[in-house]
Design a binder for this molecule. Structure first.
Ligand code: ADP
Length: 505
């Protein structure tokens, strides 16, 4: 199959979250399975900086942005294939950067300390249009057009309207993957001319959302198939509580929605060959390996180096979604009374950053906080902590709990979305059966989180043999991309079937 992906971020070029992990890894896995895959993304300043080699295609074209002619220039590189051990080499996946300095030569991807860039609708309308134009100019064969999140939501609409029956688009079906429904790309309705779509599509079933232009809704409305990143989240977003206003539209597309859990790139995230951690280990020597990593981490972040104290790790965006409104009160409850260490890595909202900094200031012997984005430290936390806390209010998939399983750091999670699909609660039966891998709480409140953490800490200190069983059950699981890539291939086949049934293929 010939698959073309469009996304606003992909590792190793540019990353703000899990979307980048998926878009930098899935194309390679599809290529490994014998399919031909290309990826398009914006030519951000940092994406170009993170390229080993970059080629000029000498292809440029002009896009009319509501009367303003803007040139798109195509650059080409390749997705590196990382071998176990970290050596990078070229893969067979071509990556095309849509280069336009006015839109993309900026320090960040979506915004800076003042908030989102004010021209994001224009930037990503331009990107989406440029992708569709570029595919034609490069004469790329295409069976599947796979779009990710609101930044590419216009592409399925272009496919079904402006480019309908045009060139290769006659032979392809489109997929829209929702990585997080809360981010919809909602803009002032008057931005509609930037999309070049006819105003007839600005209606409540397609592009309009309470008077605004909604780019994710657009993608959902026009795509042949919709996927999201876990089966539970696929169900949750069809209900008002997690539907973010789009649950009705999603319910009307229920037969086109599939949930596929993200995979883990074990070339990058495996303690057996992770060069970023202090000591490498596998399930046969995890106790010694993790202890060395724990000591190193404690020393690095300035916590007392103690083997006996449980170390709780947290990594993630400082956004309400991630459960900081439960974590901070729990830390306050425990800060003087419980002999526990916390190491937190995250950046984002100032209110959480300030609350966490205050806690670290009050008890530097118990709390270490790093308010930054650091891939290296993320690896060290995964390896060095005993428990990994992920109490997200909602979580489409979540990656850190999957990394934690492989690193033998027991996840403590809220029963939602991808967390419930990937972490199996420790009960008498699941522990005996060797299937328990973590601790799960149902009710989203501080008491439930506290009870769950207490249960985990008790197991840690009183029944080390049970703890070992949980660690080993998690480390032995396989959440690699090969399974998820096969599920995506099934979704692609289904999208083509649906398009064919409607007489469009
Ligand atoms: P989301 O995409 O909602 O932010 P995910 O769990 O799907 O959450 O993916 C987050 C990814 O970003 C993980 O790979 C995680 O390790 C990484 N990450 C998040 N915050 C940081 C940070 N401050 N430093 C390093 N890595 C981070």
């Amino acid at each position: 199959m010939h698959i073309i992906m469009a996304a606003s971020e992909a590792i190793p070029f540019a990353k703000t979250g899990g979307l980048a992990d998926v878009c930098g890894t899935l194309p390679r896995e599809l290529a490994k399975l014998g399919h031909h895959c290309s990826l398009f993304m914006p030519g951000y300043r940092k994406a170009k900086r993170n390229c080993a080699e970059i080629h000029d295609t000498h292809i440029s074209f002009v896009i009319d942005m509501a009367g303003k002619p803007m040139t798109a220039h195509l650059l080409r590189t390749q997705l590196p294939s990382v071998d176990a051990g970290g050596a990078a080499a070229g893969s067979s996946v071509d990556v095309y950067f849509i280069d336009q300095p006015f839109y993309f030569d900026r320090e960040e991807l979506y915004g800076d300390s003042h908030g989102d860039y004010r021209d994001n609708c224009e930037r990503f309308s331009f990107f989406s249009r440029a992708v569709v134009e570029a595919i034609e100019r490069l004469r790329l064969p295409i069976d599947i057009l796979h779009c990710h999140d609101w930044q590419t939501g216009l592409i399925p609409a272009f496919h079904r309207t402006l480019y309908r029956g045009y060139g290769w688009y006659r032979h392809c079906a489109s997929i829209m993957t929702i990585h997080n429904l809360a981010y919809q790309g909602r803009f002032w309705g008057a931005d509609m001319p930037l999309t070049d779509m006819d105003w007839q599509y600005f209606n409540w079933q397609q592009m309009e959302f309470f008077g605004d232009l909604n780019l994710l809704k657009t993608g959902i409305a026009f795509a042949d198939m919709i996927t999201t990143v876990s089966p539970s989240y696929a169900r949750e977003i069809q209900q008002p509580m997690h539907g973010c206003g789009l649950d009705g539209l999603l319910r009307s597309k229920a037969n086109r929605i599939q949930g596929i859990v993200n995979g883990v790139d074990y070339n990058v995230w495996d303690p057996g060959h992770d060069n970023m951690i202090a000591s490498r280990y596998t399930s046969s020597n995890w106790k010694d390996g993790k202890l060395a990593c724990k000591r190193h981490l404690q020393q690095k972040v300035g916590l007392p180096v103690r083997d006996d104290v449980p170390l709780i790790g947290l990594i993630g965006r400082l956004a309400e979604q991630k459960g900081w409104d439960l974590v901070v009160p729990l830390m306050h409850r425990w800060i003087d009374s419980r002999d526990v260490q916390w190491v937190v890595l995250g950046n984002g909202e100032a209110r959480f950053a300030q609350a966490l900094s205050e806690l670290a200031h009050r008890r530097p012997d118990r709390v270490a906080v790093r308010l930054e984005f650091s891939d290296g430290l993320a690896h060290e936390i995964e390896a060095g902590c005993d428990l990994f806390l992920m109490p997200s209010r909602y979580e489409p998939c979540g990656l850190n709990q999957l990394y934690s399983l492989r690193y033998g750091s027991i996840p403590v999670v809220h029963a939602t979305g991808g967390l419930i699909d990937t972490v199996n609660n420790a009960t008498t039966e699941s522990i005996d059966g060797g299937t328990g891998t973590g601790f799960v709480f149902d009710q989203y409140d501080v008491d439930a989180l506290e009870n769950c953490c207490s249960r985990a800490l008790e197991t840690y200190s009183r029944t080390p043999e049970v703890w070992s069983k949980l660690v080993l059950a998690g480390m032995d699981q396989d959440w690699s991309w090969s399974k998820s890539a096969t599920s995506y291939l099934n979704a692609y086949a289904r999208a083509r079937e649906l398009a064919a049934c409607e007489g469009r293929l």
